[in-house]
Unconditional design. Structure first.
Length: 562
């Protein structure tokens, strides 16, 4: 019940459609589902009826004017719909009414009283709440008088309303009108147009809600899928800029790359573009993001548009990434499909459905450039923009790889997605001295400081490493040129150290000789000092003796006789 608008709605159980219509189809009112042959009208109606009987406790009556009930049951059995079981449990009643215009012409006038009677009996028998009429053209093919035809159409719709039946009526599309009679769309409360078109040999199914009285609803065209999972619609056009923002950082699986970003790694929920020429390592880097997510206990989806799952798993083993264990335990899921297998809208719908069901933390699209052959640039950009917005709205980290066909100074992507991305990693192959070497540039990382250095990108059995930058005389060096310069620098360092050691020893020898000379001179000085002391002492002794002798002689001259 939509309390704000006063409209009661009945859920169809069709994935995406109930969200698009804010609750399903109008309860107790007729809904017209029209389109060309093969667009999915009967399947839409059957899905609506089965879900009502099985999931919402609303039994239903299916009236078919063309196909036999047994054929309809067989057609939808592959989708998991057990109509026969629902019939046996009185949840669904099926009526097959054949109308032969030739027989009607023989008996004259024709009206719908017989139909009303059979419908009423079937409705009362199971307490039906839902009705399907498939298809209405067969019913009205017996009418030749247009005035009577219009009156009977109105009477049918009014009768269904009076019964309070939530009804789906299928109709073939007319020439310039939604239906062949051109009146049903005006008396229906809800009109849904299904379209099955082909462009460049690629088919697309699209839905548009032409009319829905009394309530708001999506008005754009929306792609829908019919596959083993049934009928599903994804309202992808309504995505906008209502994104989740996180401060959490996630690891890329390459420690050297995370170290180039201040804080260590990209923000969770970021959209990261990895662009480069063939063989530069784009897929390997993308697989590292997936493996890192699984190692953290998270889930990841890898959408591959060029390689099969087995080939990717085998190739990644060569760089130390074991993805098989994570695939087996359900943490990693691969979805592989050629870009030309579906239309752009269908690819988008499939990817969004897979993300909705698997609820991953990391998503990889490898490569997005493969879609350039499936549509013009504006269509591809629009499709990928909606994918980016969808993933951001869910807080999912995304890695988009893009194949560049040349690297002659042009770093812009072919489809102009770089401005939409939070991070941009550019990977190149440089030919130097007859060999190719990989280089990695971190061109962009929104909201965080990051290194602007060119790093050599090396892959081996131990994983991916980014070698520290080495600057030579002519710029950054990689590969054998780098190794040659490093070896040359090592030799020069050895020579320098040898020369330093030789000079040290020479200086040490000179020092020892100088010290020896100093010791000898010190000994001479000490000897001279001793000699001077001895001479001085001898001189003092001499003077004392001379004075004593002089005194004695003086006494002798006096003649005192003493």
């Amino acid at each position: 019940m939509d309390a704000s608008l006063g409209i009661t709605k009945s859920l169809t159980g069709i994935e995406g459609f109930d969200d698009l219509t804010l609750g399903g189809l109008p309860t107790g009112r007729p809904t017209l589902v029209c389109g060309s042959a093969g667009c999915g009208k009967t399947l839409f109606a059957t899905t609506f009826l089965v879900h009502g009987a099985r999931d919402y406790d609303e039994p239903g009556v299916f009236v078919t004017f063309e196909e036999r009930p047994v054929d309809i049951a067989a057609n939808v059995a592959s989708l998991g719909f057990d109509i026969e079981g629902l019939i046996e449990s009185d949840k669904i009643a099926m009526e097959h009414i054949e109308i032969d215009p030739a027989e009607v012409a023989e008996i004259g006038d024709f009206d719908l009283e017989g139909l009303f009677l059979r419908l009423e009996l079937a409705i009362d028998a199971i307490g039906a709440k839902r009705v399907v009429l498939d298809t209405i053209e067969s019913l009205f093919s017996a009418f030749t008088n247009q005035a009577v035809l219009r009156a009977e159409i109105r009477r049918l719709f009014d009768w269904l309303k009076d019964k309070g039946m939530t009804t789906v009526i299928t109709a073939e599309r007319g020439d310039g009108t939604l239906t062949r009679q051109g009146l049903e769309e005006y008396v229906s409360d809800c009109v849904i147009l299904l379209d099955h078109r082909a462009h460049n040999q690629i088919s697309t199914r699209r839905m548009r809600i032409v009319k829905y009285r009394g309530t708001a609803h999506g008005t754009n065209e929306y792609p829908f899928l019919i596959d083993r999972d049934g009928f599903s619609v994804l309202p992808v056009s309504s995505l906008g800029l209502d994104h989740q923002v996180s401060e959490e950082r996630i690891a890329s699986g390459v420690e050297d790359l995370d170290a180039m970003i201040e804080g260590g790694g990209f923000f969770r929920g970021s959209s990261i573009l990895v662009s480069g020429v063939a063989g530069s390592g784009k897929s390997s880097l993308a697989a590292s993001f997936v493996a890192a997510a699984a190692a953290r206990g998270e889930r990841a989806i890898y959408f591959s548009f060029e390689e099969a799952q087995g080939q990717i798993v085998r190739n990644m083993r060569s760089i130390g990434l074991g993805l098989s264990q994570f695939i087996e335990n359900g943490q990693i899921r691969f979805v592989s499909a050629r870009p030309t297998f579906y239309s752009l809208e269908m690819h988008l719908a499939i990817m969004l459905r897979e993300v909705n069901r698997f609820d991953p933390h990391v998503v990889v699209l490898d490569p997005i450039s493969a879609f350039l052959e499936s549509g013009d640039h504006l269509e591809v950009q629009s499709m990928l923009l909606r994918m980016v917005d969808f993933l951001k709205s869910r807080g999912i980290s995304a890695v988009f790889t893009h194949l560049m066909h040349n690297q002659d100074g042009a770093v812009a992507t072919d489809i102009g997605l770089s401005s939409l991305m939070d991070g941009w990693i550019l990977m190149l192959n440089r030919e130097i001295n007859g060999e190719f070497n990989r280089e990695l540039y971190l061109l962009k990382a929104r909201g965080t400081a990051h290194s602007n250095q060119v790093r050599e990108f090396v892959m081996n059995a131990d994983g991916i490493q980014l070698l520290p930058p080495y600057l030579g005389e002519t710029g950054a060096l990689t590969g054998s040129a780098r190794r040659y310069e490093e070896a040359k620098a090592r030799r020069a360092e050895v020579e320098r150290r040898t020369e330093v050691e030789r000079k040290r020893k020479q200086i040490e020898a000179r020092r020892r000789r100088a010290l020896a000379q100093i010791e000898a001179l010190q000994a001479d000085l000490e000897a001279d000092a001793a000699e001077i002391a001895a001479v001085t002492q001898a001189e003092a002794d001499y003077r004392r003796q001379a004075e004593a002798d002089a005194a004695e002689m003086e006494l002798s001259r006096r003649g005192d006789g003493r």
